[in-house]
Design a protein around this ligand. Structure first.
Ligand code: FES
Length: 624
């Protein structure tokens, strides 16, 4: 643990830190600002802290925080003995108590993700400099003249910069702004443009892609836009898209171009909406699952789709955004989130970052509900994750009246078993777009089943009770229990009083079975993870429901059908689009980006399918 006493803060704060992370990083990850201009690279010598217990012990052995050569240059021997060190050079190898002095410059912060405070330290920096003009006595090259003015960073230089440098420097008396992406000088602009810097965060979903244009100066979103992934014609899920590449050698480049076109169109939309020149977008971050990321990069996804499910790589180098087909600044780079496994991809790593799953001591369960459901559990110390194939039920697939969460989808359902006073309806529906119901989306499906279990029309095995029994148990609803052919159905919406069941929005017995299998897959996943960490369901202090479907689930219904552990509903929280939030964080702070990569070391992936107890647990979890 690290305990920070921050100058001016009312009380010290204790923070759990993964071993080996620097004091600077852990402070930054937790919204505690320490002076710095180099962003933790050990070159600015500004990140001064005082460690109260600079001498302590590890396993009974005396341990003193080492003095680096940078510390020796920065502090006097007396200061070193009193515990002064540079925060970015101290690793948390044991519990430390740290005093943080007042800031000499005040960094800005933004609230992102699930209540995360991110101190703005974008990888994309701009530096305005006024250079001395060359003379016969000072014949330094243009490049050296510029780099000398930015001597706290060791920069590489893109060739494109060298081509324009002589002209740009001389256009306004050597007053220029250097555009720096991580350690690379990607452009030099005439005059002071230091306040103009934008980036785009993408959530590259299999179904929907969301783009957020961010002002890196203030950390605020300027415009947001979303559209269906243009890969849809190749299939609705990752498996059909992988199959397409296996059957047709032309499919991979076409899928790659479809993804690029989606990102490109969204970039144009958000720039137009925000009134921002696309040339001022200097960086992008992309959070997608392992298959979406592979397809965007033109990497053959076949090994992801067949056992033993192996990715070509878990991490990616920075990729020029132009290579992804994006029309933004030509020097812009794309950060692609790393993946933990073939089915716990970069979108989930981004989600973990946004929810701070590795940053506190609570026992927390993160569930991204979808066709492939990703589950992460932490006991405040270890973090385990797995993937559960839930099938298409939540996306409306394989459900008789299933549909996507679009206009006309029933999303909330409330049932009363007995007649209500004043002629109130025993069935109340909430429909997206406030239009006539056309079908049932995933959250409506969960609600329908949960309500039917509540009123007793579905028994705990998931079977509709006999019609005669329904008249006693739920008289106000009994006439809705009917059949289409041989199959038993419950009518949720009748367009006209005498409409045939086939023309109504119904929930069928087979739909209930589909949901039962999906929820059993998910609950088997989290229950085996609980066993892995030696926990009981009641130990879970917070459940985060994530993803475009999970975020809209009613916590009470999710508990009632057993999709999440049986906990007070206040412990179940909608996390929203955490993948997109994680992508924003990676753009707003290089330390957060490093945190995303660090998650690969911190999280253990648990393969469920080869566990001996999987089948027994699955059968147990089928019941409502
Ligand atoms: Fe610059 Fe530590 S942050 S030296």
């Amino acid at each position: 643990d690290l305990t920070f006493s921050v100058a001016g803060a009312p009380a010290p704060r204790s923070i759990r830190v993964p071993p080996g992370v620097t004091v600077f990083d852990s402070a930054s990850w937790n919204g505690i600002a320490i002076d710095s201009t180099c962003g933790g690279h050990g070159t600015c010598h500004k990140c001064k802290i005082q460690i109260d217990n600079v001498v302590g012990s590890i396993n009974g052995q005396r341990h003193e925080i080492p003095v680096s050569r940078h510390d020796a240059k920065t502090f006097t021997p007396d200061q070193l003995a009193a515990g002064w060190r540079l925060a970015c050079l101290v690793s948390a190898t044991r519990d430390l108590t740290v005093d943080v002095p007042p800031l000499t410059t005040r960094p800005k912060a933004a609230t992102v993700g699930v209540g995360r405070q991110v101190i703005l330290r974008p990888g994309l920096q701009k530096r305005y400099v006024e250079l001395a003009e060359p003379t016969l006595a000072d014949q330094r090259t243009d490049l050296v003249r510029l780099l000398d003015a930015i001597d706290d960073l060791e920069l590489t230089v893109d060739l494109a910069v060298l081509r324009t440098l002589p002209t740009v420097l001389r256009r306004d008396d050597f007053k220029v702004t250097a555009v720096i992406s991580d350690e690379a000088l990607i452009d030099v602009e005439v005059g002071d443009t230091s306040k103009i810097r934008y980036a785009i965060a993408y959530d590259l979903g299999t179904t929907t892609v969301v783009a957020t244009l961010l002002d890196l100066e203030t950390g605020t979103p300027v415009a947001v836009s979303s559209m269906l992934n243009k890969q849809q014609p190749f299939g609705g899920d990752v498996i059909t898209r992988i199959s397409a590449t296996m059957m047709d050698p032309e499919a991979l480049p076409r899928l790659q171009e479809a993804a690029a076109a989606t990102l490109r169109e969204l970039a144009a939309e958000v720039c137009a909406e925000g009134g921002v020149d696309p040339g001022h977008v200097y960086e992008v971050a992309i959070a997608g699952n392992a298959t979406m990321t592979a397809l965007l990069l033109g990497i053959d996804p076949e090994p992801i789709g067949v056992a033993p499910f192996v990715m070509s790589t878990a991490t990616f180098p920075p990729v020029p955004a132009t290579e992804l087909g994006l029309e933004v600044h030509p020097g812009a780079r794309a950060f692609l989130f790393p993946s933990l496994g073939a089915y716990v991809g970069g979108d989930i790593v981004a989600g973990m970052l946004a929810s701070g799953i590795d940053r506190d001591k609570r026992t927390r369960l993160f569930i991204d509900v979808g066709t492939n459901c990703e589950i992460v559990l932490t006991d405040g110390d270890r973090i385990v994750s797995t993937a559960a194939p839930a099938g298409p039920a939540f996306e409306g697939g394989a459900i008789r009246c299933g549909m996507r969460a679009a206009d006309g989808a029933i999303e909330v359902i409330r049932l009363s078993a007995t007649d209500l006073p004043d002629g109130a309806e025993p069935v109340t529906l909430q429909v997206i777009g406030d239009v006539e119901p056309k079908g049932l989306c995933g959250s409506g499906l969960v609600d329908a089943v949960a309500e039917l279990v509540k009123v007793g029309v579905l028994d705990s095995s998931g079977r509709f009770i006999p019609e005669e029994q329904a008249k006693e148990v739920a008289p106000a609803l009994a006439d809705r229990l009917t059949r289409i052919g041989e199959e038993r159905v419950f009518v949720l919406y009748r367009p006209t009083p005498d409409a045939e069941p086939g023309d109504c929005v119904v929930l069928s017995q087979r739909d209930v079975r589909e949901l039962q299998f999906a929820k059993a897959a998910i609950s088997t996943g989290w229950s085996l993870l609980l066993t892995e960490l030696g926990l009981e369901a009641g130990d879970v202090q917070q459940v985060l429901l994530a993803g475009s479907f999970g975020s809209y689930l009613s916590p009470a219904s999710a508990v009632r059908i057993g999709l999440v552990p049986s906990l007070p509903v206040l412990r179940i929280v909608s996390a929203g689009n955490v993948a997109g939030e994680g992508a924003k964080m990676a753009l707003l702070s290089v330390r957060e980006r490093a945190g995303a990569i660090a998650l690969l070391e911190e999280v253990t992936y648990v393969e469920l399918s080869d566990r001996a107890d999987f089948n027994d647990r699955f059968v147990e979890q089928l019941a409502f």
